[in-house]
Design a protein around this ligand. Structure first.
Ligand code: N01
Length: 535
C-alpha cells in the first residue's frame, strides 16, 4: 500500500470511509486529479459490506438499483447473480470497482480516525489516526455511514460470557462455528431476521431473544440468469430514471386508496406482497399507508394474517405480530423467517415478558430463567445516524466540538455540511434520504465534488454553511416527517434505540426527487446557504 504523498504534504481532501459513498467520492476527486487519501478502520473496503459479514447478510434494494451508475463500462461488465445479492457478492463488487478504477493505492485500511481538528490560521484540517500518525488536508469528507457504530445491550456481564460472541456488524472474518451448537441471538431487526433464517437449520438449538417484533414482508429474491442480465443491461437508464423519484424502481399507485373498496384493497395488498420484490411494500404501496393510521392497519392486518397462517403455534405467532404501525420501523425483508419458529430446535423468548437481566458466564439470564449458550450473537443494531461522527473528536473553527453541536440531533444544510465546521463535508450522512443509500449518495458526491473542485480551482480557502441555512433544512426535515406515521415510531431513525439520545429524525422523508431538486437549486443559485471565502 503506497500513500499518494509524503505525510507532511497537504492533501486536497481526506475521505473517512471506503464504503459505497467513500469509494465513489474518491473516484470523482481522483478523476479531477486531486491529491486524496481515503482511510478506513476496516481491514478491507466496502464499509457496511465489509463489516456485516454475518450469515444471511444481503441487500434489500435490488442489486441493480444498489450498484453504481457512473460508468457504462462498469454497468456492462458486472454480472449480478441474484435480484438481492449477498454480502460476499456486494463486497466483491465494491473491490472490483476499487481495482477497476485504480483507487486502491489511494486507500489506507486498518486506520481508524480518532480526531480531526480545523486550524483557523491555515484553513486546513489535521486528521489523527489510531496508529499515532496524522495527515493534513484542505477538505475532509466523511463517508462514515449512518449505520456503522455497533451498539450492544446495556445489560451487564457481556465480558463474563465464556462462549463465542459476535455483533452482526463486527462479524469476524474467520468462520464462527454454529453447527450443532446452542446459539442465542438478541435482536430481530433486519440483521437478526437475516441471520436467524440463515442459521436455524445448522445450529443445535437456537434461542431468539425478541424485544419488539417487526413487520417483515417477503423479499421475493430469485436468481438472475444470463438472459435477465442482458435484459437489465438494456434497461439500465430506464431503471436509473425510475429510481429518481423515491430511490426505488417502484412507484406508488397513481390513484388514491379510497378509489378501491376494502375487498379490492385487500387484493391489491396481497398481490403487492406476492408479485413484487423487496421494499415494494413501502414504495409500490399507497402513499397514504405511511400517513393514514386506518389504512396502515388495513395493510398490517394482511401481514398479520400471513404470520398467523405460517406459524404453527398460535401463541408464538401472536408474539411475532407487531403492535406498531407498519413501516415506522424499517421493515426487515424475509425469506422463510416465520417457518423458523416451527422448528423443534428454535425457541422464541419474548423480552417484553421476561427482560434480559444480565449476560452470564454461560449465556443470558432473563427475569424468568437462565439460557445456556455456546454462541451469543448481538444483532442489536447501531448508534445510528450520528453515532459514527460522535466517535471521532471533531473540532471545528474556534474550537467548537462537533459532538456538542449535534447533541440535540444532526444540524446540516441539505445533509452536506454543518455551521462552524469549514471545509468539512458529508456524503451518505444524516438528513438525506430514507431508503436506498447509493441512489442519494451519487447526487451528494456530484454536489460535493463540484463544490470542492471549484473551491480548489478558484483559491477558495473556506467553504462554510450558515446557521440559518442549516436550521432551515433541519426544520424542514422535521416538518416533512411530521406529516407521516414515522413520527409515531420508536426506531433508530429517531435515535430511540440508543439510551439517552435526543429524539430527532435523522433522515429526509421527502423522497429522492425533492432532495435532489434542493441540491440542484442550491448549486444553480451559486451555493445558497454556503459562504465561500478566498481570504
Ligand atoms: O438493527 P435494528 P439492525 N435488548 O436497530 C433489538 C439496515 N440493515 O442491525 O426494536 C434487547 O433494526 C431491537 O429491539 P427493539 C436497515 O436499514 C439492512 O437489525 O429496539 N433487544 C431490534 O430488534 C436496518 O433497519 C439490511 O425493541 C435489543 C434489534 O435489536 C438497519 O440496518 C440488513 C436491545 C436491532 O434492530 C438496522 O438493522 C441489516 C436490548 N438492549 C441491516 N437493543 C438489509 O437487508 C436492541 N435490541 C440491506
Amino acid at each position: 500500500m503506497t500513500e499518494p504523498a509524503p505525510s507532511d504534504d497537504l492533501l486536497d481532501a481526506l475521505i473517512i470511509g471506503t464504503g459505497v459513498a467513500g469509494i465513489l467520492q474518491l473516484h470523482r476527486l481522483r478523476e479531477q486529479g486531486r491529491t486524496v487519501l481515503a482511510v478506513d478502520a476496516a481491514p478491507g473496503v466496502g464499509g457496511t459490506w465489509n463489516w456485516n459479514r454475518y450469515p444471511g447478510a444481503r441487500v434489500d434494494s435490488e442489486s441493480y438499483t444498489y450498484g453504481y451508475y457512473f460508468s457504462e463500462e462498469l454497468l456492462a461488465d458486472w454480472t449480478w447473480t441474484e435480484h438481492f445479492c449477498s454480502q460476499p457478492e456486494n463486497e466483491a463488487y465494491l473491490n472490483h470497482v476499487v481495482d477497476r478504477f485504480g483507487l486502491r493505492e489511494h486507500i489506507r485500511l486498518r486506520t481508524a480516525v480518532t480526531a480531526a481538528t480545523y486550524d483557523d490560521g491555515t484553513d486546513t484540517w489535521t486528521v489523527r489516526f489510531d496508529d499515532g500518525t496524522h495527515r493534513r488536508a484542505r477538505f475532509v469528507i466523511t463517508a462514515v455511514g449512518i449505520l456503522s457504530a455497533p451498539q450492544y445491550p446495556a445489560a451487564p456481564g457481556r465480558e463474563d460470557f465464556q462462549g463465542v460472541s459476535a455483533h452482526t456488524a463486527r462479524w469476524p472474518h474467520e468462520p464462527v462455528e454454529v453447527e450443532g451448537r446452542r446459539v442465542g441471538v438478541i435482536g430481530t431487526g433486519s440483521s437478526g431476521v437475516q441471520l436467524i433464517t440463515a442459521i436455524a437449520d445448522r445450529v443445535g438449538e437456537l434461542t431468539v431473544f425478541q424485544r419488539t417484533p417487526n413487520w417483515c414482508p417477503p423479499l421475493n429474491n430469485g436468481p438472475l440468469t444470463a438472459a435477465d442480465m442482458t435484459d437489465l443491461r438494456g434497461r439500465y437508464q430506464e431503471i436509473w430514471a425510475a429510481c429518481q423519484a423515491l430511490g426505488s424502481v417502484y412507484a406508488a399507485p397513481a390513484h388514491p386508496a379510497s378509489d378501491l373498496s376494502p375487498a379490492q384493497r385487500r387484493t391489491f395488498f396481497e398481490d403487492l406482497l406476492d408479485s413484487k420484490r423487496g421494499l415494494a411494500s413501502l414504495y409500490a404501496n399507497f402513499v397514504e399507508v405511511m400517513v393514514d393510521p386506518g389504512l396502515n392497519r388495513e395493510f398490517a392486518a394482511v401481514l398479520a394474517d400471513r404470520i398467523r397462517a405460517r406459524v404453527d403455534d398460535p401463541a408464538v405467532a401472536e408474539r411475532l405480530v407487531p403492535r406498531h404501525h407498519f413501516g415506522v420501523k424499517r421493515p426487515p425483508l424475509e425469506t422463510g423467517y416465520y417457518e423458523v419458529y416451527n422448528r423443534d430446535n428454535v425457541t422464541l423468548v419474548d423480552l417484553l415478558e421476561e427482560p434480559i437481566e444480565r449476560i452470564t458466564r454461560t449465556g443470558v439470564r432473563t427475569a424468568a430463567q437462565d439460557y445456556d449458550l455456546d454462541v451469543l450473537v448481538y444483532a442489536t443494531g447501531f448508534d445510528a445516524v450520528t453515532g459514527s461522527f460522535d466517535r471521532i473528536d471533531i473540532t471545528g473553527a474556534r474550537g467548537v466540538s462537533h459532538r456538542d453541536v449535534w447533541k440535540a440531533g444532526a444540524l446540516t444544510h441539505v445533509g452536506v455540511a454543518t455551521p462552524g465546521f469549514p471545509n468539512l463535508l458529508y456524503v451518505g450522512g444524516p438528513q438525506s434520504l430514507v431508503g436506498n443509500i447509493p441512489r442519494v449518495v451519487e447526487h451528494q458526491v456530484e454536489f460535493v465534488s463540484e463544490l470542492v473542485g471549484r473551491a480548489l480551482d478558484d483559491g477558495v480557502r473556506r467553504v462554510e454553511v450558515t446557521q440559518e441555512a442549516a436550521q432551515a433544512w433541519t426544520d424542514h426535515v422535521e416538518e416533512v416527517v411530521d406529516t407521516t406515521l414515522y413520527r409515531t415510531g420508536q426506531s433508530w431513525m429517531y435515535g430511540s434505540n440508543t439510551p439517552g439520545k435526543a429524539r430527532a429524525f435523522g433522515l429526509y422523508a421527502g423522497g429522492l426527487r425533492a432532495y435532489v431538486d434542493r441540491l440542484n437549486g442550491i448549486r444553480a443559485d451559486g451555493y445558497t446557504g454556503f459562504v465561500l471565502s478566498t481570504s
